[in-house]
Write a protein that binds this ligand. Structure first.
Ligand SMILES: [Zn+2]
Length: 435
């Protein structure tokens, strides 16, 4: 028996890898996209092949499912920390550490986070996990993405003695699907040896790497007088390197250790010089921008306009509720639009680029944009991961601009692998479809 075909049509369909389609449609069969195009063409195509279908029409916008390229779902219960305002990374970290040690049900909090993300139109997530209780959130919620086991605080000695074996066991125990990987927390919270070995542990298994980079001001590159490269000296950590008077920035530091590459993406990228941004581009490493988290923590603005002008691959993340007001990725997309314009980016393509970052960009960051389970865009054969927005459709350009600048809270339904996983009351009233 052939699987039934559902045609999802809308006033505007935005495939990302093809031009936007007014009165467009996506035919879905067995969790994958069978056709994308003009609604009348898709219906005629199915009819000509003798394929019966049901149609669900949405008087708004359909995009590829949103991809949240950086969050920690297990911190969903720490919204009290995220509701504060801080003077910088250390002040926020003090509040975070107090709350972290006050005890939480990580499994339940991570499940709540996955449900919130789904309701906000998210179909794939880069989820950083610090405690094993939270490790099955994506798997249990049947959300795509990568679960990253977070690695931090190992000294070179402890890493050699037991750290490496422990981390390998944690990585191998992560539930799959989704994909798995390791997240070396940050250049300053691990010694050199773990930072050097973690990429190989992941790469031997074909997994993914993700780290916080350029989030703390101390990672910034500064001028120094050392004539020799830092790696010609036996330095045990980034902090030791700084203590020895080297001004090497964190990006060059992890690059020398072999951490970067197309199988690695970074979160934040706030404290990045032009040279740092060039290193990221040359290694094929995507930056997941988290502007609302940066603002809560009291960091400087990420150089959004520079990334856009220079052509860095970009994605968008909410970070967790411990540093952000919500898991609604469109709120970060709107914040990026404001930052890019205030930093002088004048291109008419801004909304289009940001919508791409929030979908295909995130999929690319996690290696999910190619291969049999590709997602992040609407094309034949890709997973049928869709987000339905309650946005009035006018001209194509104005509608996309409206979605990007005012799309917060407008995700009305979420389809993952062809299955309706979230439907708002308005969506159900309009279409008769429930989750
Ligand atoms: Zn983070």
């Amino acid at each position: 028996m052939t699987a039934p075909v559902i045609v999802y049509s809308a006033d505007l369909v935005v495939p990302i890898t093809a031009p936007p389609i007014p009165h467009g449609a996506i035919a879905v069969r067995a969790g994958r996209i069978l056709h994308v195009g003009d609604r009348s063409w898709v219906c005629a195509e199915l009819a000509s092949r003798g394929i019966a279908y049901d149609e669900v029409h949405w008087p708004g916008v359909i995009t590829p499912g949103l991809v949240n390229a950086h969050t920690h779902l297990q911190y969903t219960g720490m919204a009290a920390v995220g509701a504060g305002t801080y003077s910088g990374f250390d002040a926020w970290d003090d509040a975070f550490t107090d709350a972290y040690h006050s005890g939480s049900d990580w499994r339940a909090d991570a499940a709540t986070g996955a449900a919130l993300a789904l309701a906000a139109g998210t179909t794939a997530i880069a989820d950083v996990v610090t405690d094993p209780e939270a490790a099955s959130a994506l798997h249990d919620a049947r959300v795509h993405g990568i679960t990253y086991w977070e690695v931090m605080s190992w000294t070179n000695q402890e890493w050699a003695a037991r750290g490496r074996a422990e981390v390998e066991a944690r990585l191998d125990a992560l539930p799959s699907p989704p994909g798995t990987g390791l997240s070396p927390h940050a250049p300053y919270s691990l010694d050199v040896q773990p930072l050097h070995e973690i990429p190989d542990i992941v790469r031997e298994r074909g997994g993914r790497i993700h780290l916080h980079l350029g989030e703390a001001a101390l990672e910034r590159e500064f001028e120094h007088a050392h004539p020799d490269p830092w790696h010609s000296r036996r330095l045990g950590s980034f902090r030791e390197l700084r203590g020895a008077g080297f001004g090497t920035g964190a990006t060059e530091f992890v690059d020398q250790l072999g951490v970067l590459g197309p199988d690695c993406h970074i979160a934040h990228g706030v404290y990045m010089t032009a040279r740092d941004r060039a290193i990221l581009r040359s290694r094929g490493t995507t930056v997941a921008l988290c502007p609302r988290s940066n603002a809560v923590i009291g960091l400087d603005e990420p150089p959004v306009a520079a990334y856009l002008v220079e052509g860095n691959p970009l994605a968008v993340g909410t970070d967790s509720l411990s540093s952000s007001p919500s898991l609604d990725l469109m709120a970060d997309v709107a914040a990026l639009h404001v930052l890019a314009r205030s930093q002088g980016y004048t291109g008419r393509d801004l909304s289009e680029l940001l919508l791409r970052a929030a979908t295909l960009g995130g999929a690319h960051a996690m290696g999910l944009d190619t291969g049999p389970d590709r997602t992040g865009y609407l094309a034949v054969g890709a997973l049928a991961d869709l987000t339905f927005f309650d946005i009035a459709v006018t001209t194509v350009d104005d509608t996309i601009e409206h979605l990007v600048t005012a799309g917060t809270g407008t995700a009305s339904a979420t389809v993952i692998s062809g299955e309706v996983r979230h439907a708002s009351t308005a969506f159900t009233e309009q279409t008769g479809v429930t989750a």
